[in-house]
Design a binder for this molecule. Structure first.
Ligand code: SAM
Length: 192
């Protein structure tokens, strides 16, 4: 059996840390796979904040949540706004209490790829996410170097993470070394 994909490992790292009833954020809702995962993980007493700048992504996420009938889900708040506004959208009583923030960069799967994440909003959003996390909370970022602009964004995110003070955050890369350079990879951050 080979190593799990970046997306699977991101969910594993979150599952190890997001407890029942704890709030979490999906910074790039897309078609809602991570939002649903977070909502299941946090359960009935939790709240998940899911951001996307495309209405169609939030509609797909809502559909996925509504058609799920296995077990109690957290309350999902869909927010049609860029993730760099997350500190304003998440109520202040959840600041410093968020257990996990997931970023899955790039474009909406199945879309025309015109709308993509970009460092001008991704980097401030990551900084905001770090501020919202509780101690030992986890930030996962799946990076896509394969599309135009994706490599530059991945490099900018890596440089940002590498510059974090090790006393405040632990950072880790999960990346296949002998696959195509365009293969998605994962950056994980634990807040100390
Ligand atoms: C790779 S997809 C996310 C996939 C999603 N995590 C899933 O499980 O289906 C990236 C998403 O980021 C969204 N996006 C792009 N720029 C954004 C921004 N500034 N703020 C929030 N979402 C953004 C896109 O609209 C797209 O839906």
């Amino acid at each position: 059996m080979g190593f799990p994909s970046a997306i699977s490992i991101a969910q594993r790292w979150v599952a190890e840390r997001l407890g029942a009833g704890e709030p979490a954020i999906d910074a790039t809702a897309g078609n809602g796979v991570d939002t649903l995962f977070l909502a299941k993980q946090s359960g009935a007493r939790g709240t998940i904040y899911a951001f996307d700048i495309q209405a169609v992504a939030l509609e797909q996420t809502q559909e996925r949540i509504s058609s799920e009938n296995a077990g109690p889900l957290a309350t999902v708040k869909l927010i049609h706004r860029s993730h760099d506004g997350m500190a304003e959208e998440v109520p202040s009583d959840h600041h410093g209490r968020i257990a996990a923030v997931m970023f899955n960069l790039g474009y909406l799967p199945g879309s025309d790829q015109v709308v993509i994440t970009n460092p001008a909003s991704t980097l401030p959003a990551l900084q905001a996410a770090l501020g919202l996390l509780r101690k030992n909370g986890v930030l996962t970022i799946v990076l896509y170097p394969g599309h135009p602009g994706g490599h530059e964004e991945a490099e900018a995110v890596e440089a940002w993470a590498a510059g974090l003070d090790p006393l405040t955050a632990e950072t880790l890369l999960y990346r296949f070394l002998n696959r195509a350079k365009s293969t998605p990879y994962l950056l994980g951050i634990i807040k100390k």
